[in-house]
Design a binder for this molecule. Structure first.
Ligand SMILES: [Zn+2]
Length: 408
């Protein structure tokens, strides 16, 4: 049995605007056993003194694509599965090195990858996956141009973001298959997208009947639907149809944000990806037309944060980066910190994201019974969110499930 005792731990977890008073934390194997001012080091424990440092639950990124190992999603779907798997393993190791101990994949990941992580074959964050995202023909997972009438690339490729389905019977079947294949929730593309060639941002993906049918299938399986969304019209329609997790939301109005909050929905902004697509996208070969679409959503994004905040709509952390741009994963903290209180920004990557992963109490918290997914920060992130950037340079300890990943 491995036992750790973290002494003088001041906890920063997004539930308070100030770090907690120093406590002791007892870790037994993969679980936290005790968190209290009176906790003592058990016999045989490895003691780590955190005086002058700050303890956080491992971070959670609620919007990633672990198989988006190339800036071009169309190219990802062409690559051999073996290469995609190898590159995604590297990517996952790097995410863990930035302090992300859980990531929610919103399109592309397969259950075999979840099993490989659970078997401990390589260092990786925990995975909560949607399987292949559902898209209509001509929607955000259709990478065929206007003169390409060939059948779409097969969705069985590991690097494919999603699958195409049209009409109520097909979307029900697709949702059922993804759930059978190990999806923990269902992802749909309900607005146009930046990376797909024939759907401007304002396009609505799927009919109301189709979305409602998918929501019913998800609920039948005890879970929820997450939707790719930009426009206010698209977001309102999705919430009316019962969609729970609202990705991006760049063009949301305060009124719709309030409606979404009343319905218990959660937003997952992903501002860093538009920043990087705009500055690096063309050099990485994603095409001028896609880069042109970025500004339609990039500039409105910052205002969307304050609107959602005012409306009381909870926001989870999301990055949504592709290929080499993944290295900017932690910069979303700093971008949001320009508009939102640091406490809320931290909460987005702890308890709010944990709830969206349906792992409340298990991740995103430093509490008895939770997994020992922990990071130690050299300074107070409530005062300086950029301590969470720089590829984990300011993290002196990263632990996942009681296993020390990094100790500086
Ligand atoms: Zn995405």
């Amino acid at each position: 049995m491995s036992i750790y005792f973290l002494a003088n731990a001041r906890i920063v977890d997004g539930t308070s605007a100030e770090p907690g008073a120093p406590v002791g934390v007892v870790i037994e194997n993969d679980v936290i056993r005790d968190v209290s001012a009176t906790a003592k080091a058990p016999e045989g424990a490895t003691v780590i003194d955190l005086t002058g440092k700050f303890l956080m639950p491992g971070l959670i990124d609620a919007h990633v694509h672990i198989n988006a190992i190339d800036a071009s999603l169309a190219r990802c779907a062409q690559l051999p599965n073996s290469l995609v798997m190898a590159r995604s393993m590297k990517l996952l190791g790097e995410m863990l090195g930035r302090g992300f101990t859980t990531v929610r994949d919103v399109g592309g990941a397969e259950h075999g990858q979840v099993l490989a992580v659970e078997e401990g074959l390589f260092d990786s964050p925990r995975l909560v996956i949607a399987g292949k995202a559902l898209s209509q023909s001509g929607g955000h997972c259709d990478f065929r141009g206007p003169f390409d009438s060939n059948p779409p690339t097969t969705s069985t490729k590991l690097g494919a973001l999603g699958r195409l389905c049209d009409g109520v019977p097909e979307v029900r079947k697709a949702a059922r298959e993804e759930i059978k294949n190990g999806a923990r929730f269902i992802k749909i593309m309900a607005n146009g997208g930046v990376a797909s060639p024939t759907d401007p941002i304002h396009f609505l993906g799927f009919s109301r009947e189709e979305i409602t049918a998918i929501v019913e299938e998800a609920r039948n399986a005890g879970t929820y639907v997450s939707a790719h969304l930009y426009t206010d019209e698209g977001i309102r329609r999705a919430v009316e149809c019962g969609v729970h997790s609202l990705e991006h939301c760049n063009l949301i109005t305060e009124e719709t944000a309030r409606f979404a909050a009343e319905q218990g929905a959660v937003a997952v902004p992903t501002l860093v990806t538009y920043d990087k697509l705009s500055s690096e996208g063309e050099a990485l070969g994603i095409g001028a037309e896609a880069v042109g679409k970025v500004d339609d959503v990039r500039l409105a994004g910052m205002e969307s944060l304050s609107r959602m905040h005012k409306a009381g709509l909870p926001m989870a952390y999301g990055s949504d980066l592709l290929g080499a741009m993944h290295r900017h994963q932690s910069e979303e903290f700093v971008i949001r910190g320009r508009v939102l209180p640091a406490q809320l920004v931290i909460a987005s990557a702890t308890h709010i994201a944990a709830k969206l992963c349906r792992m409340e109490g298990k991740i995103g918290t430093v509490a008895p019974g939770a997994f020992a997914d922990l990071i130690v920060v050299d300074g107070n992130p409530l005062e300086d969110l950029s301590l969470l950037t720089f590829q984990g340079r300011h993290l002196s300890l990263i632990m996942k499930g009681g296993k020390v990943i990094k100790r500086a």
